[in-house]
Design a protein around this ligand. Structure first.
Ligand code: SF4
Length: 282
């Protein structure tokens, strides 16, 4: 589902977390314009050009129409991704409804921010979010729904990457997780700040540790949104996908002569605003 043709539909601006690194400025925007009818129309349009569709937010599970939207999407698209913090799925009844709606087409995509409640809840600024999310993920796996785990880096959790990897290896089996994806944070919204972001070259030692730790574990591990020239050669093969957010990325002048450009996800525009282009260039 990392196909650049993947289409996203935002089901709400609201969220039950309040993450420091959220790419939205706030969760109090009026979302009364996101109606069942409009979402249905978007699904119809998207299904004409793509077999993939992903639902996000805000937190999409806060949409009162979530299950009928997924059921309808299933009648139109072969693959459905639900990008969620999974907290509502700590209630097994919600997982059963999700499974009935999405069937075999569905995959859940969820992000872990820390190896424990202390760090995860500090980043989500929501006490209890870690415990609920872990319970939600376990319930989803028990129901047989595929789960993609994401680790989005920020300057609070970068050094904890080895512990996050250990948590994943300890709590889940490679059979139940379609892939673990480490993501270079998009500096946008609240995350467009040096207090949340990091220099991407500083993340490399921690990425390397994750690669070593997952090696031979059976987990499929990938990197996303890291410009290829900052990744050591032996690690580049873990990079997957170019971005579907063309308006949010740039290629700098030295990219023009770069052999890797066609496979490179580019550089976040927000990153260039915060840190410039010194770290890049093949
Ligand atoms: S020089 Fe540009 S195109 Fe080449 S890897 Fe770096 S960011 Fe990507």
């Amino acid at each position: 589902m990392t196909d650049p043709n993947t289409a996203f539909i935002n089901l709400t601006y609201r969220c039950n977390n309040n993450c420091v690194s959220c790419i939205m400025e706030n969760h109090f925007q009026d979302d009364s314009g996101i109606t069942w009818g409009k979402v249905k129309d978007k699904i119809d349009q998207i299904s004409k050009r793509s077999v993939h569709i992903e639902f996000n937010g805000g937190e999409p599970t806060l949409s009162p129409d979530l299950f009928r939207i997924i059921l309808y999407a299933r009648s139109k698209c072969k693959e459905i991704g639900l990008i969620t913090n999974a907290r509502v799925f700590s209630n097994p009844k919600n997982v059963s409804k999700l499974s009935r709606a999405g069937g075999d087409a569905l995959k859940v995509i969820t992000t872990l921010y820390g190896p424990d409640a202390v760090l995860h809840d500090a980043i989500t600024r929501t006490p209890g979010s870690f415990v609920e999310q872990m319970e939600g993920i376990r319930n989803i796996i028990r129901e047989g729904i595929p789960v993609e785990l994401r680790v989005v880096l920020n300057n609070m959790n970068m050094e904890s990457v080895p512990d996050i990897v250990n948590l994943i290896k300890r709590e889940f089996s490679p059979d139940s997780i379609t892939e673990v994806v480490m993501i270079n944070m998009k500096p946008f919204g609240r995350a467009l700040s040096r207090s949340v972001s990091y220099r991407v070259t500083e993340a490399i030692p921690y990425i390397r540790k994750a690669v070593v730790s997952f090696n031979g574990s059976g987990f499929r591990f990938h990197l996303r949104h890291f410009p290829l020239c900052v990744l050591p050669e032996g690690i580049r093969r873990f990079s997957r996908g170019i971005t579907s957010e063309e308006d949010s990325i740039s290629y700098i002048r030295s990219c023009d002569s770069c052999d890797m450009k066609s496979a490179c996800p580019g550089i976040w525009n927000g990153y260039l605003k915060l840190y410039g282009e010194d770290e890049f260039g093949a």
